[in-house]
Design a protein around this ligand. Structure first.
Ligand code: ACO
Length: 351
């Protein structure tokens, strides 16, 4: 028996934010963002809309797409680095939102690799016979870490305000990170099925030696209090990133791990029909494509419309590829991701 994705869905937040809108509140430009990252626009959640809300939108669609009812789901895995609360996790909140009944829910936090780690768990649950139908959700609302105060209304197009020079300078200080992220959710239903289609092999890696390359130093339970005005003012409630190191690791380690799963399955890289790469940055995606020696059409991307949605990029991309006919029955594809941890990995999947 294999673990098969039988349904997919996405949760689309309401506000579409262009690069030009961001350039109204900080020193950046459409050209800089496009050239460095490929991103043209991203979606932002409405105020008060959390990753559970977006995850619920995606999950409802995925469950219906699988031809199931919420009560048919046996277990939930929720991957996010932006949960509604520190405690409890999003799993129990999603259970109530969807009316899933008394089933176990797991909250995992492998950031950009969350979907891959979730696939591994779902596959183990199904192969062991413990659960038959697993709902895997990747959802993020990154906007709360944007330090934009009065700039918000301007960014989401509610009202164009004059930005003071002090605000513009403050917004500009984090521009290398804030322009890259968007909000969104993707969900898949995974079920056990006989036949050739399904997941495997999967290879996952962690290098905690790289934890400092992409981290959020405050709010931290090593501090008393765990969050303070001083930490917010120092910009410590934003992710701190060594962009160039993340870039280098991504274009080296993702091709390596794609080759690992190909070797394990006996499928040559050139025989892959598609490689779905974590959507952080178009230059990273193209770097992975070139390192694997694949033509561009085998490595699709949507980062230009979504920005980086962390745990949600792969399920959103897979959903869109199913919708636009790029994914067809009988294909062999690989999912791959790398992100904070460092965690990275790849999963081979036959449709
Ligand atoms: N707008 C305008 N200028 C900017 C912006 C901006 N938004 N951000 C930075 N700059 C400026 C910098 O201040 C710098 O100016 P200076 O030369 O006067 O000092 C200049 O642009 C170049 O900055 P670099 O950091 O050298 O630019 P680089 O080419 O490395 O690109 C980037 C930065 C886009 C962050 C790149 O390193 C990257 O994509 N790294 C990967 C990071 C990533 O994707 N992280 C996401 C999470 S992890 C993951 O999902 C894999």
């Amino acid at each position: 028996m294999r673990s098969v994705i039988t349904g997919t869905g996405i949760g689309v937040p309401p506000h579409v934010v262009t690069n030009e809108a961001l350039s109204r509140i900080m020193d950046t430009s459409d050209e800089w963002i496009r050239v460095r990252s490929g991103i043209q626009e991203r979606h932002y959640a409405a105020p008060g809309q959390g990753s559970t809300d977006l995850g619920a939108l995606a999950a409802r669609q995925a469950i219906a797409d699988a031809g199931l009812l919420p009560g048919d789901v046996d277990a939930v895995i929720f991957a996010t680095m932006t949960p509604d609360h520190v405690l409890p996790g999003n799993g129990p909140l999603l259970q109530v939102a969807l009316g899933l009944g008394d089933i176990p829910t797991f909250d995992i936090r492998q950031q950009c690799s969350g979907f891959l780690y979730g696939l591994e768990l779902a596959d183990l649950f199904i192969q062991s016979g413990r659960y038959r139908r697993v709902l895997l959700v990747g959802a993020e609302v990154h906007t709360p870490f944007m330090p934009w105060h009065l700039g918000w209304d301007t960014v989401i197009g509610l009202e164009v305000r004059e930005i003071t020079e002090a605000e513009r300078m403050e917004n500009t200080a984090s521009r290398d990170r804030t322009v890259l992220f968007g909000d969104g959710a993707g969900a898949v239903v995974i079920e056990g099925r006989d036949g050739a289609a399904g997941l495997g092999p999967i290879r996952l890696h962690t290098d905690g030696g790289g934890a400092g390359v992409l981290t959020m130093p405050g709010a931290s339970f090593k501090r008393r209090p765990f969050v303070s005005h001083a930490q917010i003012e120092a910009g410590e409630t934003l992710p701190v990133m060594s962009g160039k190191e993340v870039f280098r690791s991504a274009v080296t380690l993702m091709p390596q791990v794609v080759r690992e799963v190909c070797a394990l399955s006996g499928v040559p890289v050139e025989a892959l029909d598609l490689v779905l790469v974590h959507q952080a940055n178009l230059r990273i995606i193209e770097g992975v494509q070139k390192a694997l020696g694949l033509p561009p059409e085998k490595v699709p991307h949507n980062v230009e419309r979504w920005g980086n949605t962390t745990a949600a990029t792969l399920p959103i991309l897979f959903h869109e590829c199913r919708q636009n006919g790029l994914v067809q029955p009988g294909m062999t594809l690989v999912f791959t991701a790398l992100g904070s941890g460092l965690h990275w990995g790849a999963a081979l999947y036959r449709t």
